[in-house]
Ligand binder design. Structure first.
Ligand code: SAH
Ligand code: SF4
Ligand code: F3S
Length: 469
């Protein structure tokens, strides 16, 4: 077993002391400085941004969404597809305007995108607006890095290659009061040939069950009702820990915490989702019967070239087993269209698999070439137009099935958690079923954060509509 690298508690205390020093400096004039954190990418990044805000709050910053008001701007980036990177670069470039208007404004860019050397170089040479660049491995020492920029008045770049470590005790400032992200592990040890995540997020590292449970208990005590356990592949949780514990065990431990809340998780890799996991999901009353099981492709040849570690038959067996344990399972997936060399025939295998499984929702992406990944050097003869055609066909299929599945809810009574206001008159509240389906409702705003039984009266491709019973 590889050694699990942990950031020492003293080092984290030192960061908190730096926060105190920054607070004295930036509030010396009696004014409250403001920070803006802009997040791209997955839930893991959302969770990281909550830590960045935790640190910023400790430094005395308030928060704004207006870049012209912000004294510190942090852009937390994603590298998973080119489109995400283009959006980041465009928006970072546009910060020239706010920086000119707001004297002393500090612009920080962090997250997955900058952990790629070519992107860090690009920011260094072509984006002088950026003062601080740091990768996911350096997040725990954000205060130290920011202080360097503030006191030395020079640009700082911290993106050295790293396998990553586990840092416990970073302050967290969560966005909502109903739903919470809870990271249980970091990094990824798989090598899906298209994917940049393992290169930028490092090796798989699990948090200790004790640390996870402590955080979960705090969340429940603080009134959170919906906890999502996060990891790139939760099925390999615990493999790097000295004690024998796996993800199914962890679900049972979280489920044993007293309180009225529910548990979700993502993402579960099909190669190692187990019967033990499905049994735990079925037996734990707080665990939602919701499974995000990304298939990526329905073609065995493409799955092999993606290095996914399963074929379509194994995937379908897992789906059948999961549904055997949980007949009401809500199943979602991710699919990549236009993987290098994907033929018409191989694409129709994907359509067939989706027809067979009938997902409640599908997240579909056109393949995006990522520098340094194995797939980037595979021959990719098909044009963007051909891929777009397949993408449109798959989206149409996904929408049709979602619409049919949603229509089947009409007339049923389902339990939902009311999670926020929509700002609209007719359906002023939003909520989620145990399976994670969006339900719009009408009701008193004081119901936010409560569970309710709702009769579904109408449906669309994207949402359900109901009345509280
Ligand atoms: N760890 C998760 C996925 C994280 S990335 C898992 O293994 O399921 C989220 C999704 O982005 C992936 O499931 C995949 O469908 C998509 N994706 C990843 N790399 C991509 C690429 N290079 N091009 C297009 N889509 C990609
Ligand atoms: Fe990427 Fe595969 Fe890891 Fe998911 S499991 S993050 S797709 S390498
Ligand atoms: Fe997530 Fe994007 Fe990084 S999907 S792990 S933020 S590359």
């Amino acid at each position: 077993m590889r050694e699990r690298k942990v950031i020492a508690p003293e080092e984290l205390r030192a960061q908190e002391e730096i926060c105190g020093r920054i607070m004295e400096r930036v509030t010396a004039d009696g004014q409250r400085p403001l920070a803006m954190v802009d997040t791209y990418g997955c839930q893991q990044n959302e969770a990281d941004s909550e830590k960045l805000r935790g640190y910023l709050a400790l430094m005395g910053y308030g928060f704004t969404q207006d870049e012209f008001q912000a004294d510190v701007i942090v852009v937390n980036t994603c590298a998973v597809r080119e489109h995400a990177e283009m959006r980041v670069l465009g928006n970072v470039g546009a910060l020239n305007h706010s920086k000119k208007a707001k004297s002393g404004q500090i612009v920080c860019v962090c997250g997955c995108m900058v952990q790629q050397q070519h992107m860090a170089d690009k920011l260094k040479h072509s984006y002088p607006v950026v003062d601080l660049v740091f990768g996911p491995h350096e997040l725990w020492r954000f205060p130290e890095l920011l202080e360097q920029v503030q006191t030395r008045h020079k640009r700082v770049f911290a993106t050295a290659p790293s396998d990553g470590a586990v840092a416990e005790g970073i302050p967290v400032r969560r966005d909502g009061q109903v739903k919470a992200w809870l990271s249980i592990m970091y990094g990824c040890n798989n090598v899906c040939t298209y994917c940049i995540v393992p290169y930028v997020r490092g090796r798989e590292r699990s948090r200790l069950p004790g640390d996870i449970l402590r955080e979960a208990r705090e969340l429940v005590a603080a009134g959170y009702k919906d906890i999502t356990l996060l990891g790139q592949n939760v099925n390999s949780y615990g493999k790097d820990l000295p004690e024998p514990v796996d993800f199914a065990d962890l679900i049972r431990m979280v489920n044993d915490i007293p309180g009225d809340f529910r548990i979700r998780f993502m993402t579960s890799h099909p190669k190692d989702a187990t019967e033990k996991l499905f049994r735990a999901m079925a037996e734990c009353e707080k665990c939602c019967h919701q499974l995000h099981l990304p298939v990526q492709s329905g073609s065995d040849e493409i799955l092999k070239r993606m290095n996914r570690g399963y074929d379509s038959a194994k995937y379908l067996r897992q789906v059948a087993l999961a549904r055997q344990y949980m007949p009401d399972l809500v199943l979602t997936t991710d699919i990549i269209v236009g993987f290098p060399g994907e033929t018409e025939e191989q694409f129709s295998d994907t359509l067939r698999l989706c027809e067979q499984v009938r997902y409640d929702a599908m997240f579909t992406f056109i393949y995006s070439k990522r520098v340094g990944t194995p797939a980037a050097s595979m021959p990719d003869p098909y044009t963007r137009e051909e891929k777009q055609k397949h993408f449109d066909a798959l989206t149409a299929l996904a929408n049709r099935i979602s619409l049919e599945k949603h229509a089947a809810y009409e007339g049923q009574v389902v339990r939902v958690l009311i999670d926020g206001e929509t700002g609209r008159d007719e359906y002023n509240l939003s909520s989620r079923t145990d399976g994670g389906r969006l339900v719009h409702l009408k009701g008193d705003p004081s119901l936010v954060g409560r569970f309710a039984d709702v009769k579904i009266t109408a449906s669309s491709t994207w949402a359900l509509y109901g009345e509280i019973v």
